[in-house]
Design a protein around this ligand. Structure first.
Ligand code: C2E
Ligand code: CA
Ligand code: CA
Ligand code: CA
Length: 276
């Protein structure tokens, strides 16, 4: 296949990698049909209250147990399976939002949903989000989409157009993993974002590494002067939370409040934390 003048040796190891990926892709397709995917919810905190959650995908594999999205999202991206999978996530998230809106003890809660580049840049993304909202009756103002820097920079004009259309329905946008990607500041003022998310790699050593502390402070300052909110992820200790609050970070999430948990557990946590 590489051409007549090229000599290639058959590499059994490479073949094994290829078939393992093909097998996983088939498994994922089946998993989607068999309802093996589930959303977990991690609280997002503001002033000691739970104001919303981030939806994080989990795959309950019949033989291998729970498989982390870190292991299957990139493969889903490459194979295109992210399109039906991402659509499923949006639907499930909007259905959950609609349920929350009907429960006085829970509402109002926001829900943040991760969107992958291929999913966002497909032709039908905006109609897909609108269909998920309309089909569930969820309020667009409660839906926050988490986008990454790489996604935003792929075809900036198209990105701005899509964000603008969805904003018309109240949908908000967070820039996820801020500081780990292209780190070009020029586009920050062009893109209609609402929030920056400080990556957990800067939060981890924020108390011991002066560089991470400086980055965290700078992100808050930059965001604030651009009129954006800031949320920190990966907050595991009270000391980290205190540092971030002292430096005017608006919101946070992390194991300190809770790991991502099933919906029922999340809802119980909201009732317990926010009170009647
Ligand atoms: P992310 O969006 O950066 O999500 C944060 C990750 O950090 C999650 O891993 C979460 O469980 C974990 N985490 C939360 N709190 C803490 C903490 O205090 N300490 C530490 N060390 N980790 C914490 P998870 O759930 O394994 O997800 C991994 C990545 O997979 C996500 O990173 C996101 O990029 C992707 N992902 C998850 N769900 C979806 C989805 O529905 N669609 C897409 N496209 N990607 C998803
Ligand atoms: Ca995220
Ligand atoms: Ca993140
Ligand atoms: Ca991250």
């Amino acid at each position: 296949a590489a051409g007549r003048d090229t000599l290639r040796f058959y590499d059994p190891q490479m073949q094994a990698v290829v078939s393992a990926r093909a097998a996983m892709e088939l498994d994922m397709r089946a998993g989607l049909a068999l309802d093996q995917f589930e959303l977990y919810y991690q609280p997002q905190m503001e002033h000691g209250r739970i104001t919303g959650a981030e939806a994080l995908l989990r795959w309950r594999h019949p033989h291998n147990g729970f498989i982390s999205p870190a292991r299957f999202i990139s493969l889903a991206e490459e194979s295109g399976l992210i399109l039906p999978l991402g659509e499923w996530v949006l639907k499930a998230a909007c259905e959950r939002l609609a349920l929350w809106a009907d429960q006085p003890g829970l509402a109002p809660l926001d829900l943040a949903v991760n969107v992958s580049p291929r999913q966002f840049h497909q032709g039908g993304f905006v109609p897909q989000v609108l269909a998920a909202l309309a089909g569930s009756g969820a309020d667009g103002h409660r839906l926050k989409l988490e986008l990454t820097e790489g996604l935003l920079l792929q075809d900036v004009e198209d990105t701005i157009e899509k964000m603008g259309q969805l904003r018309g329905y109240g949908v908000g946008f967070s820039l996820d993993d801020f500081g780990t990607g292209y780190s070009s500041l020029a586009y920050l003022k062009r893109l209609p974002l609402d929030q920056l998310k400080i990556d957990q790699s800067f939060v981890r050593d924020v108390l011991t590494d002066p560089n991470d502390a400086a980055i965290a402070r700078t992100v808050v300052g930059l965001a604030t002067s651009l009129g954006l909110r800031v949320i920190a992820e990966g907050v595991e200790t009270e000391a980290q939370r205190e540092f971030l609050a002292r430096n005017h970070c608006h919101a946070w999430q992390g194991y300190l409040s809770s790991p991502p948990v099933p919906a029922a557990e999340f809802e119980a946590l909201v009732l317990q934390t926010n009170g009647p």
